[in-house]
Design a protein around this ligand. Structure first.
Ligand code: ADP
Length: 464
């Protein structure tokens, strides 16, 4: 069932239940109050007759019948006077049909003869709705008989029936109007959701720039806003992915073209000197190494995208950093660059050891790569309760202000010619940035051309 119909059904059920219970309650109250009124009136009349009759008993009994008949005409009710056994003594009806008959079977008469007033309502075919009201007749504190009043309440019942029908019509009209309104409301609520569902389909087809036009500060408005933001982010990710694939293919094409250029003359020229062969093969070997390095770095980046694979453990990061220095020592020495390591012996943090190693390795290796002979690269570690701070500073060539904001982008190289020479692909710092992000850390770079570069990395100590 669609959400629209669910909302409508809930509204509808609540509506029917509340209207029906209100209607029944109201009608019962009106019904009871009208009939109570009738009961009181009839009992009062019956009591008045009973008083008159009791005054006549034993004194002027012959006045009983004419008084009852007269009174019955005045109040437009049939009046029966029974003796203490329930036998009718006087029946005000023209033919006096019940006179001499025992009506002790009438519950109201029975109750009256026991001393209490009683009323009941009956539907009598031919006469319609009738109310019986019976009261005792007493003489010298003894019950000597009863008065039974039989009054038509057809008009009251008819009036109550009219009220009932009016209430049914009114409540049905209210119910129908509210049902239509609830359908409109359900439509109003679900329409934006339908538009969002349609938009999801459009986005899933790859049209990330599609925007849903739903305004408002309610939950659905906010959902639409987040949805549009998601589209923008997806578009950015998609653009980055496309750029990455095109850059990666371009980078792979370069060494392949170089290898082809080296292999072709070897195939076509027959009399080539063996030393030239060897030289060409060495060049081909270099290009293959370069390609292997590129593929490895691309693999590292691809794995990095699987964020869930991060395996943080509490590690002695000063030890990991020291391992980096040890492993790069030889390269630095070859270049005539000195490596300085400054750290407490034991600094612990929750990190993925392999990735943390690579993060420091890449930055320090860059430092060595871009620092001329005689310069230095310093790796300094410190910490407080919350973070560890890693500073990697070199006295190298520096990075220009135009390149600086882009150094963490994939395939970004400060000076292509220079990087080609030094063998970089512009992926090293992109990997570093990804690792810092995976550790919920932060990286900053400051640099002055000709003087040197400083990278500042902050990683939270607790990160599991
Ligand atoms: P690459 O493999 O080209 O070194 P990176 O992502 O590691 O790629 O670096 C991107 C660019 O940033 C480099 O090409 C270089 O121009 C510049 N760079 C990075 N580190 C340094 C540094 N310590 N000194 C000067 N330039 C640097």
């Amino acid at each position: 069932m669609s959400l629209r119909w669910k909302i409508f059904s809930v509204y509808f059920v609540i509506l029917i239940v509340s209207l029906a219970s209100t209607g029944i309650y109201l009608f019962n109250n009106i019904y009871e109050s009208y009939l109570n009124n009738e009961r009181v009136t009839n009992l009062t009349q019956a009591n008045m007759i009973a008083n008159l009759v009791s005054n006549f008993i034993g004194v002027s009994s012959y006045l009983i019948e004419p008084t009852i008949v007269d009174y019955s005409k005045q109040i437009n009710s049939r009046v029966l006077f029974t003796d203490v056994n329930g036998k009718v003594v006087v029946d005000s009806a023209g033919n006096g049909e019940l006179e001499g008959k025992d009506i002790n079977s009438y519950s109201d008469v029975r109750a009256a003869l026991k001393g209490s007033g009683s009323t009941s309502i009956h539907y009598i075919s031919g006469s319609g709705w009738t109310m019986y009201a019976a009261v005792p007749v007493t003489a010298k504190n003894d019950i000597v008989g009863s008065i039974l009043l039989s009054t038509s309440i057809d008009d009251v019942m008819g009036f109550l029936n009219t009220i009932k029908m009016q209430m049914i019509y009114t409540f049905t009209a209210i119910g129908s109007i509210v049902s239509i309104l609830s359908l409109i409301v359900a439509d109003f609520i679900t329409k934006p959701l339908k538009r969002l569902t349609d938009a999801t389909k459009v986005i899933s087809e790859g049209k990330f720039d599609y925007k849903v036009n739903i305004k408002g500060s309610d939950e659905i408005g906010k959902l639409a806003e987040s949805f549009n933001e998601m589209g923008t982010k997806l578009m950015k990710i998609d653009d980055e992915r496309k750029r990455f694939v095109s850059d990666a293919s371009h980078e792979l094409k370069t060494p392949l073209a170089a290898i082809k250029a080296l292999v072709e003359p070897l195939i076509s020229n027959e009399n080539i000197d063996i030393s030239l062969y060897k030289e060409f093969l060495r060049d081909i070997n270099d290009e293959v190494d370069r390609m292997t390095r590129l593929v490895n770095e691309l693999l590292v980046l691809a794995r990095m995208d699987k964020i869930n694979s991060i395996k943080n453990k509490t590690e002695n990061i000063s030890e990991i950093a020291y391992n980096v220095i040890e492993n790069l020592e030889a390269i630095a020495k070859n270049k005539g660059v000195s490596l300085v390591f400054d750290s407490d012996e034991k600094i612990f943090a929750d990190v993925d050891a392999d990735r943390f190693y690579r993060m420091i390795y890449n930055v320090v290796e860059n430092g060595i790569k871009y620092t001329p002979e005689g310069g230095s690269v310093t790796l300094k570690l410190s910490c407080d309760d919350k973070n560890v701070y890693i500073k990697i500073a070199d006295t190298g060539i520096g990075i220009s202000q135009e390149t600086l904001p882009k150094v963490f982008e994939r395939f970004s190289r400060g000076d292509t010619a220079r990087s080609q020479k030094t063998g970089g692909f512009g992926l090293g710092l992109a990997i570093v940035k990804e690792i810092v992000d995976l550790h919920k850390g932060h990286i900053d770079v400051k640099s002055t051309v000709g003087k040197g570069t400083e990278f500042d990395i902050t990683i939270p100590v607790k990160n599991i």
